[in-house]
Design a protein around this ligand. Structure first.
Ligand SMILES: [Zn+2]
Length: 256
């Protein structure tokens, strides 16, 4: 049984470990080496690194860790990621023998164009594409592309543990409540998140089923959200892509 461990890093990032009882561990998006070195000092043995996208807060620790532990670093085809020792694209698989783990690579353009997610052993490592109660900023992609990426993730089993790149859940929840006021399941999730954060604990991993019930970016077809978007735009959105784009833009300018 593999266990997902979020290591807080930088301001609000998580470096994820997927660890076997033996101590061997996959390392996801090490934006700095320190937290992984600390975990290694406490007995974890990094077996491989995977990177979801090129942003420094996800990759800056990868080269040093790959070298120090002599392990591969799997990353998307993007020359901005210089730490890669192997390149992956949508439909590929990453095999980590030490963990008896096979990860499926899912292309998820939107936050960045070369962004990928990794899915295996019931866990999804989605970087800055899907957050709990939110999604990443659309820096490089287009609404239709980003929406298609989120729908690719939404099609995974509802029990999938969603391991996101940042602790943004509480702030995302305030926006979620503003755009879809009537969602009791989301209110319960937000209360749970606040209780966890008050104790200094991560709000993650979430589950895909919870996100489908609570995350407005996976719920643009819901009547409550459609009504909010129509009020916000002054007319109903023309289609799902416009609805998603408008919701993403609204979040960018939302004042807490
Ligand atoms: Zn990013």
């Amino acid at each position: 049984m593999l266990r997902a461990i979020p290591l807080p890093a930088l301001n609000d990032n998580y470096i994820w470990l997927l660890a076997a009882p033996s101590g061997e561990a996959l390392v996801v998006d090490p934006g700095e080496p320190g937290p992984v070195l600390q975990a290694a000092a406490e007995g974890l043995r990094p077996a491989a690194i995977v990177l979801t996208h090129h942003h420094p807060d996800h990759v800056a620790g990868a080269a040093a860790l790959a070298q120090q532990f002599g392990i591969p670093c799997h990353a998307p085809h993007d020359e901005r990621i210089t730490a890669a020792t192997a390149r992956v694209a949508h439909g590929d698989q990453v095999r980590v023998d030490a963990l008896d783990l096979t990860l499926d690579v899912i292309g998820v353009p939107g936050h960045t164009l070369s962004h990928v997610a990794f899915h295996g052993a019931g866990h999804l490592f989605c970087g800055d594409t899907l957050f709990s109660l939110g999604c990443g900023r659309m820096f490089e992609g287009q609404p239709a592309q980003f929406l298609a990426s989120l729908e690719r993730l939404a099609a995974l089993p509802a029990t999938t543990a969603v391991c996101c790149g940042h602790e943004y859940t509480e702030a995302n929840g305030r926006f979620a409540r503003a755009v879809e006021p009537d969602n009791p399941t989301r209110d319960l999730r937000l209360a749970e998140v606040r209780a966890l954060r008050a104790r200094g604990l991560p709000s993650l991993p979430s589950t895909l089923g919870s996100e489908l019930d609570c995350n407005p970016f996976l719920r643009i077809d819901q009547p409550g959200l459609q009504a909010s978007l129509a009020r916000h735009l002054g007319r109903p959105p023309q289609d799902r892509n416009e609805a998603f784009g408008a919701l993403r833009l609204w979040k960018d300018t939302f004042k807490q």
